[in-house]
Design a protein around this ligand. Sequence first.
Ligand SMILES: [Zn+2]
Length: 282
Amino acid sequence: MQIGDYKLHAVQTGLFKLDGGAMFGVVPKNLWQKTNPADSLNRIDMCTRALLLDNGKRKILIDTGVGYKLSEKVNKIYDIDFSDYTLEKSLERLKVKKDDITDVILTHLHFDHAGGSTYYDAENRLRINFPNATYHVQRKQYEWALNPTERDRASFFPENYKPLEDNKVLKLIDGEIQFDELITLLPVNGHTSSMQLVKISDGSNTMLYTADLIPTAGHVPAPYIMGYDLFPLTTLEEKHKYLKDISRNKWSVFLEHDPHNECAKIEFSQKGYFISDRFKLS
Ligand SMILES: [Zn+2]
């Protein structure tokens, strides 16, 4: 897919699993298991799908996956699986080197979105994974991530983002901005403080990277909100706002966490919002 002079490429960085109950909050299992069947430990299939935007001058990566710094114990809890996909293999397929990435837009700093931003080298030193890139994060999200609450601190690992500041490659953003002519960063606050959605639009064609606002196709109905969200009623308002924009203006959405559905079109009927088309970028 091409929008303006940007080519869009999905970058599948790996698979993992999360508790289905936590992923669907107050929605009963007999409803969510229709779209997201659970394993014997009640976990549903998830992935961490980044998006690469390439206009020949700039190569922008949106989110970086889980990375390889988690402990054995945490890897096991989330069944983190790199056997089919890794960030490296997916970039290689696109003939893109890590050095080529000019910008990384992090939607937020939860480990499954920002973990691939840094790595430990052979001497166990923390390194920046995309050495020539500027990393873009909302200031309020960065401040939150440095001092999370007891409820959400299990999702924030400073080794994923503190080195970005220490190495002066972190650019903090205040609120909604026009990143360039085609890209807009749109903060939302229900999931965590200032998660940013990424809108790529040339006026006639629009793609919205919905991050954890609509993580899988199963989360399209407005009240299907994750238990992880800090402010679920804010999420509900934000979902209504964006679902309206998406369906009325025929935007496409890019589903970061859905291993079976890469992109979708969404429409509205009397029963609510539903997926009218599923497709892949290539
Ligand atoms: Zn998240």
